[in-house]
Design a protein around this ligand. Structure first.
Ligand code: PMP
Length: 352
């Protein structure tokens, strides 16, 4: 607290990211990073950009990257926006599209950055409870709304809506912006991108941090009608003209070009998730059906915070949220088979 702070700063409640400890030999399953490295072609493209040209600003429109994303997702470059991680893309979407007189709606249990952006931008919002099975029910959104944002698959539950449920949501709300945050979509859910052609109010946000293993490069993007993209661009150009540096633009293009590597690592994560789920169930956990690169699990006889602390003692870090309804759960990222085995053996020591 300081008298030098603006009133806005006093009132912020910043998002707390999962920690990035510098401990050796740690099993780090707390921030949904990929256990497999980025495409070697992406790494090569990034290294190639470590050159004299770094004295020059990058392309502020990231035209080559937007063109590559447009070709990959079968849309036009004017329908693509890129930013410094999907967090920045989301922030611009909140400012550009989600602030209206009627409240913004999102689930009570979802990505905890959403209420943080609402405070930053002064957006009024209402949360819509997940059902008993921790699922989003689109029918529950049939109420007054200025805009809607959902994560699909949802975080931290990992549960996905089908494309037909997204269609139903869009049909219920043809006149308000609907943002679908697909950070984890590549691990088994259906993307809503094909719906952009028929729904001018739909913005789909994705990231290269998870399925493309480039969390450290910070590349996120949005696909939607050119009218929505123009709104994001107006906000971006009122904030930072150059959100993506040369290495990020080149690395992201090369990652997109390496389809074989992408498919291979995505399938390995999905197989790893099924293995992790089986192991947790054998240890007595209830595990929600995940379509993401993490699982959300609770042990009926053990407190979530205590389990997370005990795992930490054994150099295994998972994510625990203190919020009501989910404080008995752990969110565990899918690691390599070796990391999963270390988690499961730590759990069996803890549970006895
Ligand atoms: N959306 C969701 C649901 C997430 O869990 C995350 C990762 N914390 C993000 C967006 C942001 O990811 P990034 O900024 O790395 O693209």
């Amino acid at each position: 607290m300081s008298r030098f702070w603006s009133r806005l700063t006093h009132e912020l409640r910043p998002y707390v990211p999962g920690e990035q400890p510098r401990m050796a030999d740690l099993v780090k399953l707390n921030t949904n990073e990929s256990p497999f490295g980025p495409s070697p072609r992406a790494l090569q493209a990034i290294r190639f950009e470590a050159a004299d040209t770094l004295r020059l600003y990058p392309d502020p429109q990231a035209t080559a990257l937007r063109t590559a994303l447009a070709a990959y997702h079968r849309v036009r470059p004017e329908q693509v926006f890129v930013g410094n991680g999907s967090d920045e893309v989301l922030a611009h979407a909140f400012a550009a599209l989600l602030k209206h007189e009627a409240p913004l709606l999102f689930p009570d249990i979802t990505y905890s950055f959403y209420p943080v952006y609402c405070r930053l931008f002064g957006i009024s919002y209402e949360t819509v409870p997940l059902d008993k099975a921790m699922q989003i029910r689109v029918a529950d959104y049939r109420r007054r709304a200025g805009a809607i944002i959902l994560a699909n698959p949802n975080a931290p539950t990992g549960i996905a809506l089908s494309r037909s449920e997204i269609v139903a949501l869009l049909e219920d709300h043809p006149d308000v912006p609907v943002v679908v945050d697909e950070a984890y979509v590549d691990f088994g859910a259906e993307t809503a991108i094909p719906l952009v052609a028929s729904h001018r109010n739909l913005l789909v946000v994705q990231t290269m941090s998870k399925s493309r293993a480039l969390a450290g490069l910070r590349v996120g993007f949005a696909i939607g009608d050119s009218d929505l993209i123009e709104a994001l661009t107006r906000v971006k150009d009122s904030f930072n003209s150059y959100p993506l540096g040369r290495p990020a633009q080149a690395g992201a293009i090369a990652a997109l070009e390496d389809e074989a590597y992408f498919q291979q690592s995505r399938v390995r994560v999905i197989e790893g998730r099924e293995r992790l789920t089986r192991g947790l169930k054998q240890a007595g956990f209830e595990v929600l059906p995940s379509q993401a690169n993490f699982v959300f699990a609770r042990h009926p006889a053990h407190d979530g915070a205590a389990l997370a602390a005990a795992l930490r003692q054994q150099a295994v870090i998972v994510r625990h949220f203190g919020a009501a309804r989910i404080s008995d759960h752990l969110r565990i990222t899918v690691g390599t088979d070796e990391q999963t085995d270390r988690l499961l053996s730590a759990l069996s020591r803890i549970l006895g």
